[in-house]
Design a binder for this molecule. Structure first.
Ligand code: MOS
Length: 706
């Protein structure tokens, strides 16, 4: 193991273990006001009038008329209003905020607000869409010709559901306006996203806005864009509050019903096979965006780029659309569009293999991309593709081939078994040319006279350990003890914009910039002096430039790879499935801290298993999220999967720090395909087309196959 991979005590260990770490809800409420949002009860309606109850002294309400800048939250397309405009577009769309001294009183006042609506027809189902937010198309080769020449054409439709991030801490923000400056702090992934959004909503110059991250209890993508919305709403209230802080902290029910979750999807795959090989794919992808666009453009981009999986498909046509429904806006969740398409492509490959009478893993091996091959977007796999070795590692750990053979035989009795395997990648870093064209990351190192060094970046530690891993890189390069390097929760008045904490980019991209900054500082180091160095992002030379209009070029500089097998035992009496074993080999390049990386792999793998089975969320007939508590949205815990084994495979990436690549999102992405494949085997080899596959789904399927 490399020296840098050796695990250390996490930088935030002591503050979290002692309870000293300050989360947004830990701030004293003395002298603060409470904010409570009043939300639409209709999926779509015109807002006619607002009637406030009698407001006690010092209590007030804010709505769109109080927005001093633009009534739009800056995310990507800026269509999300801070407070609802003339219409509401989903159940939960915030119309106004009531602000008061006491939490209960504020809740009572919010309930007493009467809003007159004129209900309008709403679109609730993805299949009924009328508005297309984003429509992308790309391809390569000649798909039409290939389909004409095919021996056989397969067409299948796949569906995936919502997934709730289920972070440990709910969304929360506190805002205060003093001396001409708006200060906002709270739970978030991306302080500069929040900063930009507030400046636009208030109409303030950037220097009049300050955003600070509080210690954050998990994000998983759920705190990528949503905090910008809540921060704008809270800041508008604080602007009116006469200098008092306004705090808005969601309870779990509000958080689960009204904040973003993973896009449900509907994917149609047409696949042309000739002489036992896939020669073309024609893919149509629909993502359900909900009422506003938020991050859908970029989520969809990542999804469609991954649509042909780890395979070298010479003729490809991909269309992707993100469509509007009058439901809660969906957004980022670990994997960011890729889990949906990987489920579809891996499952269609399994089904074709079965139809051809070929063992699915063998079939997949015959199509896998290798170093030097073209990617889906006619970029290049510049670095080794370690899948063959990783498959062997997982085969060795799981006994996949023998079990697959064994469970293929007709099974009788109450319990049935199945095993499945899936292969996937995750594009490391931000999609396309985003890093070069939009983020333009800047990092700084501040050396104090006493020799201590502060890491100045906008990266947030959301439990993934970035304070520790970034500090390790800097300490290593400066050759100083780790306790001489530190990293605080980011404050936009104090740190440069090194970009958002998203897309598995923080360690690979920002970490590498810090490594270079540390080398620079080492070269200039003068004992006893205060010094500052700075480093800016530059795209690596080998990159084939990416053009988003054409979806052409290197969508990612490199890829993290994964292979996972899942073995299930299904109870035919109750429909309950038990994960007998789950084995994954993960290549994220060099692990900067083995404990941290293995923890990330285990956690993501487990979320993937939940996404495959028990994490079922949907809307009722009116379009309202039905699952708003952890008693009816179940997430797996270590009790559900005691036999989860993670193998680290290291294929170094020369442009990442010490060979590290993106890690955070990878372990979740391809899990459902392995799970569903195991389920298919346990259910007498039936073909399945959707995830999650719940106990109820199993009962229904059992009625048909037994
Ligand atoms: Mo992420 S799912 O790019 O916050």
């Amino acid at each position: 193991m490399k020296e840098i991979s050796k695990s250390v005590r996490k930088k935030d260990h002591a503050s979290k273990m002692s309870g000293g770490a300050k989360y947004v809800a830990d701030w004293s409420a003395d002298g603060a006001l409470y904010g409570r949002l009043v939300r639409s009860p209709y999926a779509r309606a015109r807002v006619l009038d607002i009637h406030l109850p009698e407001m006690p002294e010092g209590c007030f309400a804010v709505d769109r008329r109080d927005v001093s800048g633009e009534n739009r939250v800056h995310i990507v397309m800026d269509d999300t209003p801070v407070y609802a405009g003339e219409t509401v577009e989903y159940i939960g769309d915030p119309v106004l905020m009531v602000v008061g001294h006491d939490e209960k009183e504020t809740a009572r006042l919010a309930k007493a607000v009467k809003v007159d609506y004129e209900e309008l027809p709403a679109i609730l189902n993805i299949r009924d869409y009328e508005t297309v937010f984003f429509d992308y198309n790309y391809g390569k080769g000649d798909a039409q010709k290939a389909f004409a020449e095919a021996d056989k054409v397969y067409e299948e439709e796949f569906q995936t559901g919502y997934q709730e991030q289920a972070y440990l801490e709910t969304q929360g923000m506190i805002a205060q306006y003093r001396d001409g400056k708006m200060t906002v702090h709270g739970s978030m992934q991306c302080p500069y996203y929040v900063h930009g959004a507030i400046a636009k909503a208030l109409g303030f110059t950037p220097d009049k806005v300050r955003v600070m991250q509080d210690t954050t209890g998990g994000g998983f993508g759920g705190k990528e864009a949503y905090p910008s919305i809540l921060a704008c709403q809270t800041a508008v209230a604080a602007y009116k509050a006469g200098g008092k802080p306004v705090r808005v902290i969601y309870d779990r029910r509000e958080d689960m019903e009204f904040t973003s979750k993973r896009h449900p999807s509907l994917c149609t795959y047409k696949v042309a096979v000739k002489d036992g090989k896939v020669i073309a794919m024609d893919i149509d992808i629909l993502f359900n965006s909900g009422g506003f666009t938020t991050l859908s453009a970029v989520v969809l981009q990542r999804g469609i780029i991954a649509a042909s999986g780890v395979y070298n498909i010479p003729n490809l046509n991909v269309r992707g659309r993100a469509v509007k429904t009058n439901t809660v806006p969906t957004g980022a969740y670990r994997g960011f569009g890729a889990p949906q398409t990987f489920f579809a492509v891996e499952t269609v490959m399994n089904h074709i293999a079965k139809d051809l009478g070929v063992e699915p893993l063998e079939f997949k091996k015959n199509h896998m991309a290798k170093q030097g091959d073209a990617t889906s977007t006619s970029g290049k796999y510049h670095f080794p593709v370690p899948l063959p070795d990783m498959i062997e590692e997982v085969e060795k750990a799981s006994g996949y081939y023998a079990k697959r053979e064994e469970y293929r035989k007709p099974q009788t009795g109450r319990y049935r078994r199945g095993i499945g395997i899936s292969l996937w990648f995750h594009g490391a870093g931000f999609t396309g040319s985003g890093e070069r064209d939009f983020i333009k990351a800047v990092v700084k190192l501040h050396k104090f006279a006493d020799g201590k060094v502060e890491v100045l970046v906008s990266q947030t530690d959301i439990g993934q350990g970035i304070k520790t891993t970034l500090s390790k890189i800097v300490a290593n390069e400066l050759n100083v003890p780790l306790d001489k390097v530190f990293c605080e929760n980011p404050d936009t008045d104090h740190v440069p914009d090194s970009g958002p904490t998203v897309a598995s980019r923080s360690l690979m991209t920002v970490g590498e910039l810090l490594r270079r900054a540390a080398i620079k500082l080492r070269g200039q180091w003068v004992d006893g002096e205060e010094q500052m160095v700075e480093e800016h992002f530059k795209e690596p030379d080998f990159i084939i430039p990416f053009y988003i209009e054409k979806f052409r070029g290197d969508a990612y500089p490199t890829y993290a790879w994964a292979v996972a097998a899942v073995e299930l035992k299904v109870d035919t009496l109750t429909g309950v499935h038990e994960v007998v074993g789950a084995w994954g080999s993960f290549d994220v390049g060099t692990s900067i801290d083995l404990n941290i990386v293995v923890g990330q792999m285990e956690g993501g793998f487990l979320q993937g298993l939940g996404y495959s089975s028990m994490e079922q969320m949907d809307t009722d007939a009116k379009g309202r999220i039905r699952n708003n508590s952890y008693s009816d949205y179940i997430i797996p815990t270590s009790v559900d999967v005691p036999n989860l084994q993670v193998i680290m495979h290291e294929e170094e990436y020369p442009d990442g720090p010490y060979g590290a690549k993106g890690a955070g999102e990878l372990p979740l992405v391809g899990v459902p395909a392995a799970y569903i494949s195991a389920m298919e085997q346990a259910l007498n080899g039936v073909n399945l087309y959707h995830a999650p596959f719940s106990t109820e789904d199993t009962m229904k399927a059992l009625r048909e196959v037994l």
